[in-house]
Design a protein around this ligand. Structure first.
Ligand SMILES: Cc1cc2nc3c(=O)[nH]c(=O)nc-3n(C[C@H](O)[C@H](O)[C@H](O)COP(=O)(O)O)c2cc1C
Ligand code: SF4
Length: 662
C-alpha cells in the first residue's frame, strides 16, 4: 500500500464493480482503428496501461451513427463486426483487474463530412465549430433513430465485454446540444422547457438500461466551456447533473474543461495551471448524492491526484496524457516511486498534435505509445551481447539512446560537451511556462544514475583519437545541430544569406536562451518556423522588458502550434506583452540598427529601427565528429539533429529505436 498516496490508492465501488484504486485512464481518441476495427496497435496500447496499473480504462469513443463519424481512425459505426475485435482488448485488460468502459459519441453539428460524407445532424441546424459547414436539424423520426443508435452502441459495448459505457455529453457534443438553449430551439417534445431539453439524454439512458440490465456501468462525460456565453455555465451544469442524479440515471460523472467554443482548454497545455478541472468536479460533487464524481483535465501527477481525492473534490481522477507518457504511472506511484514516472510535458505535440492531423496518436517523450505491439512499453529485452557503448551528446536523442541501451544491459558512457544535460531541449525549457521540460531532463538524469551510465560532462570530442580512447564497441553520435548565422529564410530561398547579416547585433535563439546574447531594448525576431523556437523566445524577451517585434512568413504567429492547441493562448500572451506582429512578411535587409521588412503579399517594404536582430531560422546538422570518424573501423550510428535538424520528438524516437536495436 502506498505511503505517499494513501487517498489515491483506496478501492472504490462503482455499481457492480470495485475499482482497485482511484486512478483512471480517461477517454481519448487514439485514432488507432485499422479498417474500422481495433487491431494490434490498439490492443498493445490499452493492454500496456492495464499492465501499468490503471484502475479503469475508458476506451476510445465509438461513433454511434453514420453521421457521427469524425476521424479516419474511428471504429465502424452501427456494425456488430467490432464486437469480437473489442473482446480481445477487454479480455486482455480484464486480466489485470482493470474495469473497462467504452465511450460512445456523436458530436452533432460539429462533425467532419470529409470522414462521414454525411450532413451533420443536430437539434436545430446550428453551424459547426469544427469547420465552416452548417448542420441539419433532425426530424422527430431522426431523433428516435439517433437514440436507438446510442442504445445499440451500448449493447455492442456490453457484448464486447465492456463493464460499461461513458456517454459523451461534453464539449458541446450532440447530447449537450440538446441541453443547451442556444443550440436547441425546438418546440416539440425534445426542446423548450428544461425537462424537455433533458429528454434526449434521459431517454438514451433509460432505454439503454432497459436493454443492458443492472450489471452495467453508465457514466456521463460533461464539461464547462467558459469560452462562449451561450455554453452552459457551471451553475446550469450543476442543475443538469443534479437532475440526472436525482433520477439515478448515471453511475459516475466526469467533468472536462473547454469544448468546441474554446478548444485550447480541452486538452490544456503549459499555459494552463495544474488541476484545471478539479474545482468543477468539486462543484458537481456538491449536487449529487448517487453518482461518483471524477476530476479530469491537467491533473497531471499522482501527487495532484492524491490531493484532489484527499481534499474530497472528487471520488476518482482521470489522467490521460500522463499515462500516455508513462503507461506505468499507476504501478510506479503505488510502489511509492513517483520519481520514476516519466513526466508528461503538457505539450500536446504528438498526442493531440497527431490526432488533429488524423494520424494515430503517440507521445513526444514516449515513442513506444502506439507502438507497444512492436516495442513493448518500457519493458526491455536484455541484449544478447552486452557491449561498451559511447554516446556522444546529451540532448534528447543521446539521453534516450543511453537510457535504453543501459536498460538492456549495455555498459554505457555518455560524453557531453557542456556542464549540463539536455542540449537545445534545455534551452526550450527556459522559455516561459516550459519548465516541465527541465523536469524531464532531471528525470533522464535520475534514470541514468540508477542505470549506472557514466556521464562525462565538459567532454567535447573532436577527433578519432579522442573517441578511440573510450574503447567502445559502438559509438552513437547525437551531436545535435547548430545555428547557421546566415539568416537564411524559407520565404526567400534565392538568398543564401540575409543581406546585411554581417553588420552585427545579430544573435541566434540559442544564444538568447543560453544567455550569451547582449541585446538592446528594441528587438526584431525573425521567426521562420512559426513554432515554439521563435514565439517562445519572443515571449521570454517580452517578459524581460524588451520591445519585441516578430516577423514571420506564416499567415499567423505560431501557426505550427495550431495542432497542439496552444497557439491561441500563446498569441494572447504575446499581444498582452505588447509584441508587434508582421505576418506574411520576410526580412529583406538588416542594417545593423534597422531592418527592411518586406510584405510577402504585395512586395511593399518599410524600414524600421531596432537595436538587435534574433534569428529563429533553420539550423544545420553538426557533423564534425561524424566526418572525423568517417572511414575508421569504429561502428558509428548517428541519431537526432546531427542527421537532420528536427524537433525533439524525432530525436527521442531515434534514440529509442537505436537503443532497442543495439
Ligand atoms: C489525443 C486526445 C484525444 C482526446 N479525445 C477525447 C475524446 O474522444 N473524448 C473525450 O471525452 N475526451 C477526449 N480527450 C480529452 C481527455 O479526456 C482529457 O479531458 C484531456 O486530455 C485533459 O486531461 P489530461 O490533462 O489528463 O490529459 C482527448 C485528449 C487527447 C490528448
Ligand atoms: S505528446 Fe506531450 S502532452 Fe502528449 S502525452 Fe506526450 S508529453 Fe504529454
Amino acid at each position: 500500500m502506498s505511503k505517499l498516496f494513501p487517498h489515491l490508492f483506496q478501492p472504490l465501488q462503482l455499481r457492480h464493480k470495485t475499482l482497485k484504486h482511484r486512478l483512471v485512464f480517461g477517454a481519448h481518441t487514439a485514432n488507432m482503428a485499422e479498417a474500422g476495427l481495433p487491431g494490434e496497435r490498439h490492443l498493445g496500447y490499452y493492454t500496456e496501461r492495464a499492465r501499468g496499473g490503471a484502475a479503469m480504462i475508458v476506451v476510445e469513443p465509438v461513433p454511434v451513427h453514420r453521421t457521427g463519424v469524425l476521424t479516419r481512425g474511428n471504429f465502424r459505426h452501427e456494425d456488430d463486426s467490432i464486437v469480437p475485435a473489442f473482446r480481445r482488448i477487454t479480455e486482455a485488460c480484464h486480466a489485470y483487474d482493470t474495469v473497462m468502459i467504452q465511450q460512445v459519441y456523436h458530436v452533432g453539428q460539429h462533425g467532419d463530412a470529409d470522414n462521414s460524407f454525411e450532413p451533420n445532424w443536430s437539434p436545430s441546424g446550428r453551424p459547426s465549430y469544427h469547420d465552416s459547414d452548417g448542420s441539419h436539424a433532425m426530424t422527430g423520426a431522426e431523433v428516435e433513430e439517433m437514440i436507438e443508435s446510442f442504445v445499440q452502441a451500448a449493447r455492442r459495448a456490453r457484448e464486447s465485454g465492456f463493464d460499461g459505457i461513458e456517454l459523451f455529453a461534453n464539449y458541446h457534443g450532440l447530447i449537450e446540444q440538446f441541453w443547451t438553449p442556444w443550440s436547441n430551439l425546438r418546440d416539440d417534445e425534445w426542446g423548450g422547457s428544461f425537462e424537455k431539453r433533458m429528454r434526449f439524454s434521459s431517454e438514451i439512458i433509460r432505454r439503454t438500461r432497459a436493454l443492458v440490465g443492472e450489471g452495467f456501468i453508465i457514466g456521463l462525460a460533461v464539461s464547462v466551456d467558459t469560452g462562449a456565453q451561450v455554453a452552459n455555465s457551471l451553475e446550469v451544469l450543476q442543475e443538469i447533473v443534479a437532475w440526472h442524479d436525482e433520477r439515478g440515471l448515471m453511475d459516475y460523472v466526469t467533468c472536462g474543461t473547454g469544448g468546441y467554443f474554446d478548444f485550447a482548454q480541452l486538452i490544456p497545455t503549459v499555459v494552463y495551471e495544474d488541476k484545471l478541472g478539479a474545482n468543477l468536479a468539486e462543484a458537481l460533487k456538491r449536487v449529487v448524492s448517487h453518482a461518483k464524481v471524477q476530476a479530469e483535465s491537467h491533473i497531471r501527477t499522482p501527487e495532484n491526484a492524491n490531493t484532489v481525492i484527499g481534499s474530497g473534490q472528487a471520488d476518482m481522477v482521470s489522467i490521460v496524457r500522463g499515462q500516455i507518457a508513462d503507461p506505468h504511472m499507476a504501478a510506479k506511484a503505488m510502489e511509492d516511486r513517483p520519481e520514476d514516472v516519466r513526466p508528461c510535458l503538457s505539450c500536446n505535440q504528438m498526442c493531440w498534435g497527431r490526432r488533429f492531423r488524423d494520424y494515430w496518436i503517440s507521445c513526444l517523450i514516449n515513442p513506444s505509445s502506439g507502438r507497444e505491439y512492436l516495442w513493448g512499453g518500457d519493458r526491455f529485452t536484455p541484449a544478447e551481447q552486452p557491449k561498451r557503448v559511447l554516446v556522444v551528446g546529451g540532448g534528447p536523442a543521446g539521453l534516450e539512446a543511453a537510457r535504453v541501451a543501459a536498460e538492456r544491459g549495455h555498459q554505457v558512457t555518455l560524453a557531453e560537451a557542456s556542464d549540463q544535460l539536455g542540449g537545445q531541449f534545455r534551452l526550450a525549457g527556459l522559455q516561459p511556462r516550459r519548465a516541465q521540460i527541465l523536469d524531464l531532463i532531471a528525470w533522464f538524469q535520475g534514470q541514468l544514475e540508477k542505470l549506472q551510465v557514466q556521464v562525462r560532462y565538459n567532454t567535447p570530442l573532436f577527433d578519432l583519437a579522442e573517441v578511440e580512447a573510450f574503447g567502445a564497441d559502438v559509438v552513437v553520435l547525437a551531436t545535435g545541430s547548430l545555428p547557421t548565422g546566415t539568416g537564411f529564410q524559407r520565404a526567400l530561398p534565392h538568398l543564401e544569406t540575409l543581406p546585411g547579416v554581417e553588420r552585427g547585433n545579430v544573435w541566434s535563439v540559442e544564444e538568447v536562451m543560453g544567455r550569451a546574447a547582449r541585446l538592446g531594448k528594441a528587438v526584431l525576431l525573425l521567426d521562420d518556423g512559426a513554432n515554439w523556437r521563435g514565439s517562445g523566445t519572443a515571449w521570454h524577451l517580452a517578459e524581460q522588458g524588451h520591445a519585441v517585434t516578430l516577423v514571420t512568413p506564416s499567415p499567423v504567429v505560431a501557426k505550427e502550434l495550431e495542432r497542439t492547441a496552444v497557439d491561441g493562448p500563446l498569441r494572447g500572451r504575446l499581444k498582452g506583452l505588447g509584441v508587434t506582429f508582421f505576418t506574411e512578411s520576410a526580412l529583406a535587409e538588416w542594417h545593423g540598427d534597422a531592418a527592411t521588412i518586406r510584405d510577402l503579399l504585395d512586395g511593399s517594404e518599410r524600414r524600421l529601427p531596432f537595436d538587435s536582430l534574433v534569428l529563429a531560422t533553420p539550423n544545420e546538422a553538426e557533423t564534425t565528429l561524424h566526418q572525423a570518424l568517417d572511414g575508421s573501423a569504429i561502428e558509428v550510428r548517428s541519431i537526432g539533429d546531427c542527421v537532420a535538424p528536427r524537433q525533439a520528438n524525432l530525436a527521442i524516437y531515434e534514440g529509442r529505436k537505436l537503443g532497442l536495436a543495439l
